[in-house]
Design a binder for this molecule. Sequence first.
Ligand code: PLP
Length: 401
Amino acid sequence: MTSDASAADGRSRLARRVKLKDKHIVTRMMDLANGLPDVIKLGRGDPDLDTPAHIVEAGQAALASGATHYTHPHGLPELRQAIAANIEAHGGARYAPEDIVVTPGGQQAMFIIALGLLDPGDELLIPCPGYNPYLQAAELTEATLVNIRTTRETNFTLTADQVREHITPRSKVLILINPGNPTGTVIPPDEVARICEVAKEHDLIVVSDEIYARITYDGHLAQPVAALPGMKERTITLSGLSKAYAMTGWRVGYFAGPPDLIPALAEIHHAFAISTSAVGQHAALAALTGPQECVGEMRDTYDERRKALCEGLTAMGIPFAEPQGAFYVYARVAEIGVGATEFCERLLADGRVMIFPGKIYGDYTDDYARMSLTQTVPRIHEALARMAEVVATIRGERPAA
Ligand code: PLP
């Protein structure tokens, strides 16, 4: 093959495998936002709250004392020990440090797991809407994506019956994201148990994304999957420090799983990253072993914001999935009379509020938009006031400015 032909082949391979279409919405919105003053950003899932001071100080101290090198490829042993203790303390399975691999964010873990587990044609079952990078990871492996459409009827949570309906002889991996992103909903624990029964019956590997598990409201509980009977040997638990400890920029995540899978997955991680950043790992160690009040305090902050946003949406007649966890509200903005993508673009252009359409998360409708609870209550009130103006214009109650 000539080099031109191979470059063209490379491009078509990319275009085929990575669906850029919906990504363009984000890029377009980011570009638009950059040219506008005072945009209220309720888009990305990046907490506005700072990493708690004791964690930052631990990172600084680690740097000062020479944590500037590669670490053990699987992660600092003391950090893996702390992760194991933390998982177990929150009702999860008992893992040995050797069963855990620390990665540069949970995000990279998704790709490691997909590359390690999926052959072309294998089927990956994923709730839809769901967290988009899982779809991209599966596409890179040429696995077949099986989107399981969740609905308002179950508050967008997956059910065992839905999983069962989508099983074929090629079904291999089931992704559970609980609490959900973009929906902010929690699968009831007894439903998680029923889903796990289906996974056992059909010999599925479950990737259980529990990154938002520390952030739930109104007494909802996200059941750790690997702790259920017969599940530890077929579950890869994926999580990280980004959300519970407001540590997105430190890039520390992890996955934990059974001894027959972890060593091979750890090899892939090594090839990708050699190791996760040493300073990030020392900060993560301080996060997991230090005072834990900060986690509850941040959760309470999101809870107040959640209430403020939900009240405002209700006043505007915009319905939403009941937000039970994570820091998102998934709202049916199509109720206003335009598609969600158009609404998000108009809201940004005319109201300087950034929210993301559900299509980015593989939603099968253009009805919903995700709003992140990553602004203070006064800023959320301001965002709601701006939104009300845009809504009134769209509804024809007010002439366009
Ligand atoms: N899993 C879910 C469901 C997420 O929403 C995110 C980030 O938004 C991640 C994993 C990855 O987070 P990180 O790479 O920061 O650990």
